[in-house]
Design a protein. Structure first.
Length: 195
């Protein structure tokens, strides 16, 4: 069964969703925009995500979600609500999902865990010749590539020419499935990683 990696950068106003195939080709790239508020907003994002992913359900899908930015100053509670709603959706839908910290995504794409949005876009263009207007879609694309590397490595398949920092990121995720897979990532890691 063909694997599909779904990269997700969920946000309250805009959410980037990118589906990547085993050859790292983009199957679907989406920017979910919502104007609703409160519970209606959560419902609208969940329904939009379901509409994007449902056609691919017969395939081997793994979902890779950008985790919480614990240092965020604004709308933390609302973002936590959205995170909880989407994790519940993934769980009830029977979809395997991985929660990847923002610093791990940045490290995979740029080699540093503190990269700016513009530097993420630059590295995405330089490495993979992909240009995105939206930061959210760019992050989702990086997440989907990271996700496909995790999937391929777990299958014992080559993942192409990865840089050392990219290999380190994939290895860290695979060696710690209790932390990353189907997890809230609320617990702190006992081992320190280079970021």
């Amino acid at each position: 069964m063909e694997p599909i990696s779904v990269g997700c950068d969920f946000g309250l106003v805009k959410s980037g969703i990118v589906l990547t195939n085993q050859n790292f080709g983009i199957e679907s790239q989406n920017l979910i925009r919502v104007k609703s508020k409160g519970a209606a907003r959560l419902h609208d994002i969940e329904r939009a995500f379901d509409a994007i992913v449902s056609p691919y359900r017969p395939l081997d899908i793994e979902v890779f979600v950008e985790g919480y930015a614990y240092g965020a100053k604004y709308q933390r509670e609302s973002l936590a609500e959205l995170g909880g709603v989407m994790r519940r959706y993934l769980y009830l839908s029977g979809l395997n999902f991985w929660i990847i910290p923002p610093t791990s995504l940045k490290f995979f794409v740029t080699g540093t865990g503190k990269a700016s949005k513009n530097y993420m876009k630059k590295c995405t263009k330089d490495q993979w010749e992909q240009i995105f207007k939206s930061d959210d879609v760019c992050d989702a694309y990086g997440m989907s590539r990271l996700g496909m590397c995790v999937m391929k490595t777990l299958r014992g398949e080559p993942c192409g020419d990865l840089q050392p920092h990219q290999k380190d990121t994939v290895r860290e995720i695979i060696l710690n499935p209790d932390y990353y897979r189907n997890s809230s990532t609320a617990k702190k890691r006992k081992t320190k990683t280079r970021r």
